[in-house]
Design a binder for this molecule. Structure first.
Ligand code: ATP
Length: 360
């Protein structure tokens, strides 16, 4: 099977962790002679801006349409020039243009890593393109404005289409995993009776098609507490955009921090591997960023491609990457400083490649 995959390095630590991720994927794919990859490196972010005056050049947008999937490194948009309309934050635009409604974010604990809890294995599905996020929830304009200097208004959008899509993603994932087969919908319908009410109704409707998966719902503030006290109770969690934004960072904090938080943005046709963390300018250029989240985001992309194209080799390649990464994490010999080690980003990536090569 032939795949066309994009490489968008992003900013800051993206320039370090994306090449390591590509190397890991290439090493795994080489073990399967029937997998053929056409890699397409495309300009994005500050390096693109310095070259062409745009953070999201047209060539990138046009090429992505012809690809199966792509890897997007973290974006350091806070450092982009504020007064230049061509210095856009690319990732909300990509999520919208390619209808990447579901952001799948796993949280997993490892015995070897110091974390607040053990035996945690949760996936949170965050709706990606609407909710309270003013930079992406409108067709034109921003959903945040000031009628007077002393009043700010922010508007939230919830649609049946996106709510049903994320709910379906959650139930499908729950069936694929060897977990508890449980989906928990998070909302605040006690206050947002219409918006969260619609979201929850959609989840309940979709649940009817999955009788083998247990379904429950929780109010977001109670869930935030449950997550800290008893994360082992949960399997797949589905929620709207802003709740998901906050809860996925909270979940990452339970198991070793943002370097351990991968993600995959998924729509009906495309997927985009994008770690939960930002571009970490404080550690950029030092070769010490933890590549786990980016590598595992690439691993999730491989798994998604394999399932979508019913390609057993790609599914096996994804499993191989996961086993290799987890082995490096369990051994804890070649890990970055955030995990208590003294290896570089590149060394940790090389250790994963060695694990892949050593396996039949
Ligand atoms: P954004 O709003 O763009 O998501 P953020 O405000 O969440 O960004 P990050 O850039 O993710 O901020 O960084 C938060 C902290 O986590 C920083 O101290 C950073 O160094 C650390 N961090 C983020 N990613 C990694 C990583 N891969 N490895 C090690 N540390 C990381």
């Amino acid at each position: 099977m032939r795949y066309r995959i994009g490489i968008l390095k992003g900013d800051d630590i993206g320039l370090e962790i994306v090449p390591v991720t590509v190397k890991v994927l290439e090493t795994a794919f080489k073990k399967f002679p029937d997998i053929s990859i056409e890699w397409n490196e495309l300009p994005i972010g500050m390096p693109a801006y310095e070259k062409s005056g745009e953070t999201l050049p047209q060539v990138t947008l046009e090429t992505l349409e012809h690809l199966d999937s792509w890897i997007l490194g973290p974006i350091g948009h806070m450092a982009y020039p504020k007064d230049d309309p061509k210095a856009l934050n690319p990732h909300p635009i990509l999520r919208r243009k390619f209808d990447l409604m579901s952001n799948i974010r796993p949280t997993k604990s490892y015995r070897s890593i110091r974390s607040l809890h053990q035996n945690v294995d949760i996936v949170i599905i965050r709706e990606n393109n609407e909710g309270f996020q003013p930079d992406r929830n409108m067709f034109k304009g921003r959903a945040e404005f000031m009628p007077t200097p002393d009043m700010a208004l922010s508007m939230r959008v919830i649609t049946r289409k996106n709510s049903e899509f994320v709910a379906r993603t959650a139930f499908e994932l729950s069936l694929q995993r060897n977990g508890k087969r449980k989906v928990t919908a998070i909302h605040k319908n006690t206050v947002f009776k219409i918006g969260c009410g619609l979201f929850l109704d959609c989840c309940k409707d979709i649940a009817k098609s999955y009788p083998d998966v247990e379904f429950e719902d929780r109010v977001v503030d109670t869930f935030a507490m449950n997550l800290v006290m008893q994360p082992q109770d949960f399997d797949v969690v589905v929620t709207s955009n802003m709740f998901g934004d906050i809860l996925t960072d909270e979940a990452a904090g339970l198991v070793g921090g943002l370097g351990m938080a991968p993600g995959l943005c998924v729509g009906p046709d495309y997927s985009m591997a994008q770690a939960t963390h930002g571009s970490a300018p404080d550690i950029a250029g030092k070769n010490i960023a933890n590549p786990y989240a980016m590598i595992m985001s690439g691993q999730m992309m491989a798994s998604w491609l394999g399932e979508k194209k019913r390609d057993d080799s790609m599914v096996a390649a994804a499993k191989l990457i996961q086993t290799a990464v987890e082995s490096v994490i369990e051994k804890l010999e070649t890990v970055t400083p955030d995990l208590g080690g003294n290896s570089s980003t590149e060394q940790m990536g090389e250790a994963v490649c060695r694990e892949i090569e050593s396996r039949a």
